[in-house]
Write a protein that binds this ligand. Structure first.
Ligand code: URA
Length: 210
């Protein structure tokens, strides 16, 4: 993945994202759509995983067939909305280890405050995919990535559903070595730090809270 930012323009992703944006989409469907999109985005964010070959014997003959080269994977969810992306990704990568970073956004400063951190072992040997549906100011995402770097991770990707230009810039400044994969980059952030037009508060829409 050479570019810092990849926007996944696949029609299935875009269609599902449009349904998620609709304020009338109910909680259960919203969660289901997020799970489905996360599987499609997982496909994109793992596109450059290294492969090697393994000798297999098909019913007809033998061949050297491609397999993952054994690099271990870790998914790190930024609580709580990041959890909405986990299950769909784990469907594709069932043996990935999973970590959690708890950050809440101070409503006045919009700065992240850490309240929880539990990361898998051996992060330096893993491809680490940090997930959060909304890349808004980028403060939480940048802080979460600083945490995983602090734990030794060097091969890191950031996966989100929607990004604001401000968040993309913040990530590029803070972590130029971390490619970002998203389904869309929206217009802007509003004065409350929400992505516009966006889809509202992803955690609230996912879990039916307010
Ligand atoms: N977090 C959300 O859930 N939505 C936004 O628009 C911005 C941050």
């Amino acid at each position: 993945m050479p570019e810092h930012l990849t926007v996944v323009e696949h029609p299935l992703v875009q269609h599902k994202l449009t349904l998620m944006r609709d304020a009338d989409t109910p909680t259960g469907l919203f969660r289901q759509l997020l799970r489905e999109i996360s599987t499609l985005l997982a496909y994109e964010v793992t596109r450059d995983l290294p492969v090697t070959t393994r000798r297999v014997h098909t019913p007809l003959e033998s061949m050297d067939a491609p397999v993952l080269d054994g690099r271990k994977l870790a998914l790190v969810s930024i609580l709580r909305a990041g959890n909405g992306l986990l299950d769909g990704m784990l469907d594709l990568m069932p043996s990935a280890r999973v970590g959690f970073v708890g950050l809440y956004r101070d409503e006045e400063t919009l700065e992240p405050v850490q309240y929880y951190c539990k990361l898998p072992e051996a992060l330096p040997e893993r491809r680490v995919i940090v997930v959060d549906p909304m890349l808004a100011t980028g403060n939480s995402s940048a802080a979460a990535i600083a945490l995983v770097k602090g734990a030794g991770a060097v091969d890191i990707r950031f996966l989100c559903l929607l990004a604001a230009p401000e968040g993309v810039r913040r990530m590029a400044d803070a972590h130029p070595d971390v490619p970002v994969v998203t389904a869309a980059v929206d217009e802007r952030l509003n004065e409350m730090g929400y992505i516009v037009p966006g889809l509202g508060d992803a955690g609230d829409r996912m879990y039916g809270t307010r």
